[in-house]
Ligand binder design. Structure first.
Ligand code: HEM
Length: 492
């Protein structure tokens, strides 16, 4: 067996490590110096294998992937229609069919292209509002101070909701009554927060009863959220014959798919499955992209040379008399390298998680035995900073992705795997990357940025399921395009 980390408490094991304010992936990363890249922790009643080696991670999620499955989470049962989210369902016939639908129908490049207008419109609106804020503050040469973390959170949540159901709940211009936007926005936020909790029910089922209060609150949120999703589905079913295909949302696709197809292994009818996958998309669709955008802009503000190069590329390839379009993105080689370098330094899900071993296996040529029941966590954050594979790994150097072929692939085959590994890796890479590249290209092309008070941006990470920057991202922004390109005179 791999070495067990010291300091486990009776009953609770190392649970406090997961709940501390220091990011868990950093704590586990530090432990590698003493315990090596493969070690065990105790999380309540379970042993957890912590992997910080690229080779071992790949061995587990290629050779042994067939016997590794998702953990059954309390939040997924209560808030995810009895475990019906693709993200949390176990690897049976239901998951297989959903995975096929996700890969070939929902997140293919062709379907991703269909929702281009929603992404463009939301970006136009946000950047128009930022421009107007700058104008209202007298068009200061030094720029207007904005919290880009807040802006990206609202923008990406709106892009995701607009593509899925045609709703804009966040920011200053909701497309429904303000009270509805506030109520739904709050419910969606609560829903995210519940999935970020480490519950005793998941790690020490015998003590699960003590969490009756949080489970009661979760059930209340689930019920209220179900009413919201029910209304979305009803609204889309009612109007489906009246709208042209260019105005359809992901929910229209889901309704069509589930009404016309038998889903093996499903425990719900077509209507409930539609609601489950719709809510799953809301859950998975925006948070990782927000994390990437916040880190990428933080890194660029702290590295003005790289920021200048990115803007020079945009000026050269696009010019300053039009805005960037999605069809321009393939030409932006340096911008792509910047995003990869950010995904390397700050993978949005730093501990790729929620997997357990169904049958015993050995790894590293028989050095370590992994018994059934062990949970598996890959410390992607540590792996992607391994000095054996990366030259000056702590430094932000997008150029490394311009020279080497083998590091290039984000799908887990190369040295980067921000979208996870194996059969449970992200099926929505085309959509996720498109959102990040497009919003970033538009932002850097549209505004000049600088740190206020000439201070570096604080790079503290939060401790959670995703590693969002812990503090606001305050930057001074200044428009760099002609006024007519900010859509200030038209309604977007
Ligand atoms: C930059 C953007 C994104 C990143 C970095 C990202 C990352 C990931 C990662 C690391 C996993 C695997 C977790 C694991 O191994 O357990 C995952 C799974 C998943 N992602 Fe993404 N994701 C992104 C965008 C999206 C979007 C836009 C959607 C859909 C709207 C999505 C839907 C999913 C789903 C459904 C799964 C679960 C797949 C399964 O369990 O079979 N992701 N994602």
């Amino acid at each position: 067996m791999a070495p067990m980390a010291p300091g486990a408490w009776p009953l609770f094991g190392h649970l406090s490590f997961f709940k501390s304010s220091k990011p868990t992936h950093v704590t586990f990363g530090d432990m590698v110096e003493v315990l090596g890249p493969v070690f065990m922790m105790k999380l309540g009643s379970y042993n957890v294998l912590i992997i910080s080696s690229q080779e071992v991670a790949k061995e587990c999620f290629t050779v042994h992937d067939k016997v590794i499955d998702r953990i059954d989470l309390t939040a997924s049962k209560i808030l995810g229609y009895d475990g019906s989210f693709l993200t949390f369902s176990s690897c049976g016939p239901y998951w297989k069919e959903m995975r096929k639908i996700a890969t070939w129908e929902l997140f293919s490049t062709t379907t991703t292209d269909k929702f281009k207008d929603s992404r463009e419109r939301e970006v136009d609106m946000t950047f128009r509002d930022l421009y107007m804020r700058w104008e209202q503050e007298g068009g200061a040469k030094t720029g207007v101070l904005v919290d880009m973390k807040r802006e990206f959170q609202d923008l990406l949540a709106n892009i995701s909701l607009m593509m899925i159901v045609g709703k804009r709940y966040f920011g200053a211009s909701p497309n429904c009554e303000a009270g509805e936007a506030r109520r739904c926005g709050k419910l969606i936020q609560e829903f995210f927060n519940y999935f970020g909790l480490y519950l005793l029910s998941d790690v020490m089922p015998s003590l699960g009863w003590s969490e009756w209060k949080v489970k009661r609150d979760m059930k209340r949120t689930a019920k209220e959220l179900d009413q919201v999703v029910e209304a979305w589905v009803e609204e889309h079913k009612k109007r489906r014959d009246d709208i042209p295909s260019c105005e359809k949302h992901y929910l229209d696709l889901l309704i069509e798919i589930f009404e016309n197809r038998e889903i093996p292994g499903t425990i719900h009818d077509a209507h409930t499955t539609t609601k489950a996958i719709c809510l799953n998309m809301v859950f998975a669709g925006s948070e990782p992209a927000i994390v990437v955008l916040v880190w990428v802009v933080s890194l660029l503000v702290n590295n003005p040379h790289e920021l200048r190069k990115a803007q020079e590329e945009l000026d050269q390839k696009i010019g300053r008399d039009k805005v960037v379009e999605e069809s321009d993105l393939n030409d932006l080689t340096y911008l792509h390298a910047i995003v990869k370098e950010t995904l390397r330094l700050y993978p949005p899900l730093p501990l790729t998680a929620y997997r357990y071993v169904m049958e015993d296996f050995d790894i590293t040529h028989g050095n370590f035995h992994v018994p059934a029941g062990t949970q598996v966590l890959v410390n992607e954050w540590k792996v992607q900073r391994d000095p054996n594979f990366w030259f000056e790994p702590e430094l932000f150097k997008p150029e490394r992705f311009l020279t080497s072929e083998k590091v290039d692939n984000v799908k887990g085959m190369g040295m980067l795997f921000p979208f996870g590994l194996g059969r449970r890796s992200c099926p929505a890479i085309p959509l996720g990357m498109r959102m990040v590249h497009y919003v970033l290209a538009r932002f850097l092309h549209t505004f000049d940025l600088a740190a206020p008070f000439s201070q570096d941006v604080d790079m503290t990470e939060s401790n959670g399921f995703v590693n969002l920057k812990a503090t606001p991202l305050l930057v001074l922004i200044n428009p760099r395009l002609p006024k007519s390109l900010y859509h200030v005179d038209c309604k977007v």
